[in-house]
Design a protein around this ligand. Structure first.
Ligand SMILES: NC(=O)c1ccc[n+]([C@@H]2O[C@H](COP(=O)([O-])OP(=O)(O)OC[C@H]3O[C@@H](n4cnc5c(N)ncnc54)[C@H](OP(=O)(O)O)[C@@H]3O)[C@@H](O)[C@H]2O)c1
Length: 445
């Protein structure tokens, strides 16, 4: 592994040629024999530091159309929180299902699951039939794994019946020294970013792009008023940037004055601190309080000068969904990609049908949307929102931070990278300097 690292650090792609693929590598795993360890516990009390381990695991055999990547950095996504607490299902059930598909997918069904759905790094080896990428290429990987043998996915790759999220529904993910991906997951790494910055946007950037910008999601246009829940979090920090870039007017909801400050730093002017306002959309576990929806809607109108919301960027789910449907404008759209606070939503359907509102389900992004979102990172039009990084062996602490909502933006993990600040190409230094303040907006807040 040291030889690989030395070759990457030399900055010379040719130095990677002829390097031996190691027989094993260190990766962050959950173990199958521990998948029931949290049974009976409250979600919040399930501690990822008990379930996530850094284990030495065998390097998988490289199949046709695949690539093995030396991972310099990765980042924590909420899906690793779900995997680590075995909710809503143990991801071993997903690996077993994938394993039944064919001979190649069988490799993924193992008694351990190497997690992680983001990476930046360097291609170490490619399988038969790969011509677009070669050993030594500096890359990031999007997390869409598809087979495309059925026609449903041929227009929008997210519609493939065999659609999976790499590192969540497949094995050999990015929180590790090596990762196995399908070669069509690879995309160029932005030359002006460090390894840890480049690994941060991936999953959430692509998801926010589809959910808000793409015609498959909110199809946002200039002038739209966009309500962004969790505007300083993983998804929200990209949704806010897309709204501002696209000439829309984001109304950013956050949970503390510090987070409100970050939203303002991104350029948002309309910010609601939900903890200061003390919204209680649920009177008790079973009953919502429409007066609180009204109070929230009134606050939005106060900020917007009377406008209601064209698009709600939803992901908290049960706790906020009733309010989200209520505050949406006649004919407006609620786009949802998650249910962090609970997936059985309740809303008053009269507000939806009588006012011709629409709810759109959105999930990650297709190949094209992922490339479009990555292109904007490369052009310095969307910036990483990395707040801090952890070494690989402290990944579980990083995951706990995200589980308990103690983080801002994205939390990075250094995999092979021996420290922060490496990986910027010399020719991109000047470009980087021009964007440095924006790149560092979330650092150490
Ligand atoms: N379908 C997909 O493709 C996809 C992709 C990415 C993520 N997701 C899912 O989306 C969710 C968010 O992911 P993320 O990466 O953005 O996570 P994150 O970094 O934790 O950010 C989520 C933000 O939502 C806010 N929030 C949390 N609970 C809330 C509640 N009860 N009411 C209102 N706001 C709440 C928090 O902000 P404040 O406390 O500041 O308000 C938090 O910062 C997760 O469930 C994740 O699994 C789905």
């Amino acid at each position: 592994m040291q030889e690989i690292l030395d070759a990457v650090l030399s900055g010379d792609p040719a130095a990677m040629a002829g390097l031996r693929v190691p027989e094993s590598y260190r990766g962050v795993v959950v173990r199958k024999d521990e998948q029931t360890m949290f049974e009976g516990m409250a979600t919040r009390d399930k501690d990822p530091r008990k379930s996530l381990h850094v284990d030495e695991v065998p390097t998988p055999a490289l199949g046709p159309g695949e690539a093995l990547v030396a991972v310099m950095a990765s980042s924590v996504n909420f899906n690793t929180v779900w995997t680590s607490i075995f909710e809503p299902v143990s991801t071993f059930s997903l690996l077993e299902k994938y394993g039944r598909l064919n001979e190649l997918s069988k490799r993924h069904d193992l008694p351990y699951h190497v997690v992680g759905s983001d990476l930046s790094g360097v291609v170490l080896a490619v399988g038969a039939g790969v011509s677009r990428w070669k050993c030594g290429d500096e890359v990031v990987a999007h997390c869409l794994s598809v087979e495309l043998e059925d026609p449903q996915g041929h227009d929008d790759t997210m519609m493939d019946p065999q659609q999976r999220i790499w590192g969540f529904e497949t094995n050999f993910g990015g929180l590790a020294e090596l990762a196995l991906v399908k070669s069509n997951q690879l995309m160029p790494k932005a030359a002006h970013l460090t390894w840890e910055e480049a690994a941060a946007p991936g999953l959430v950037n692509s998801t926010a792009y589809r959910q808000l910008v793409s015609k498959n999601g909110g199809a946002m246009k200039q002038g739209d008023t966009v309500l962004v829940w969790g505007a300083s979090g993983g998804l929200g920090s990209y949704a806010t940037q897309y709204a501002l870039n696209g000439g829309a007017i984001p109304v950013c909801v956050v949970g503390s004055p510090e987070k409100a400050e970050i939203a303002r730093r991104m350029g948002a002017e309309l910010v609601i601190d939900r903890s200061a306002e003390g919204y209680r959309f649920w009177k008790d576990e079973h009953t919502q309080d429409p007066r609180e929806w009204q109070r929230f809607g009134k606050k939005i109108r106060e900020l917007t000068g009377g406008d209601d919301i064209d698009i709600v960027f939803e992901h908290p789910g049960r706790e906020t969904f009733g309010a989200s449907v209520y505050v949406t404008k006649r004919g407006g759209t609620i786009t949802t990609c998650a249910s962090t606070s609970g997936y059985l939503h309740q809303y008053d359907n009269r507000y939806l049908w009588m006012n011709l509102k629409r709810i759109i389900g959105s999930h990650f992004a297709n190949y094209k949307e992922s490339w479009e979102a990555n292109r904007l990172i490369g052009k310095g039009l969307i910036h990483p929102t990395l707040s801090r990084t952890y070494p690989l062996d402290q990944t579980a602490t990083a995951v706990l931070d995200v589980h308990h909502n103690l983080h801002q933006g994205k939390v990075g993990v250094l995999c092979l990278a021996p420290g922060e600040g490496l990986g910027v190409r010399p020719e991109a230094q000047e470009f980087r300097a021009g964007h440095l303040a924006a790149i560092n907006r979330f650092r150490d807040v």
